[in-house]
Design a protein around this ligand. Structure first.
Ligand SMILES: *Cc1c(COP(=O)(O)O)cnc(C)c1O
Length: 217
């Protein structure tokens, strides 16, 4: 399954983040040996434990909700943080990235699903956050785009509408705030059950776990 998904995403110039949460390091190493470099985890402790046991050139993506007091554990190595939704969290990431003299890419998470349980901002909240970031310098953060999760449903037309909504949010923010900033380029959307739709609707990055590794326990 991995080879087909990797070929499909490559063909569409989409970055494949292999979501390796709950998978053993051996399974990650096996994919690495096939050329995969981007891996996603949703828990800080699990990610840091795996990171020490695996090759240094893996790009680690933190895809889950992140608490401020845990940023320090991933700041030395994390490549991209997908789920940023507050100025406070951004400020902490800035401080920790500076401490390690590196830059960390971040995505702004949007609430696009028809569910209360999922995290994320609306457009208005995101604009406020971007204005905060522009008022103070955040030199160790690279604002790289947006992220969202569609509703967990069989209704693929609804999922498509939600992805389209996130694409519209991206376009709005891009044209208003980052027209000449090539780094603001990513739309992270699409998982095992819906990634072909996400790609058709403009995803530049997909986060796929079970379709690659098999069902999680
Ligand atoms: C687990 C997870 C995924 C991958 O889910 P699959 O259905 O296994 O592909 C993607 N994004 C986030 C935020 C996740 O937590």
């Amino acid at each position: 399954m991995y080879s087909e998904i990797a070929a499909f995403t490559h063909q569409h110039h989409v970055t494949l983040v292999a979501v390796s949460k709950t998978q053993p390091v051996e399974a990650i190493q096996a994919l690495y040996d096939m050329g995969q470099r981007d891996f996603g985890e949703n828990k800080v402790q699990e990610m840091t434990e795996k990171q020490t046991q695996l090759p240094d050139d893996i790009r680690w993506h933190l895809i889950g909700h992140l608490q401020k007091n845990k940023v320090k554990y991933i700041a030395p190595f994390v490549h991209m943080i997908h789920a940023v939704e507050s100025t406070e969290l951004l400020t902490t990431i800035q401080q920790q990235a500076l401490k390690h003299n590196r830059q960390i890419k971040v995505l702004l998470q949007f609430h696009i699903a028809d569910e209360d349980t999922k995290y994320g901002m609306n457009l208005e909240e995101a604009i406020q956050l971007i204005e905060n970031v522009r008022a103070i310098p955040f030199p160790n953060i690279i604002l790289s785009g947006v992220m969202g999760m569609a509703t967990f449903t069989e209704n693929m037309e609804q999922v498509r509408k939600e992805f389209r909504h996130l694409k519209n949010i991206f376009d709005t923010i891009k044209s208003q705030f980052f027209p000449n900033d090539d780094a603001f380029c990513h739309i992270s959307m699409g998982m095992s059950g819906d990634y072909p739709i996400a790609i058709a609707e403009g995803a530049t990055m997909v986060r796929i776990g079970s379709a690659i590794f098999g069902a999680r326990n």
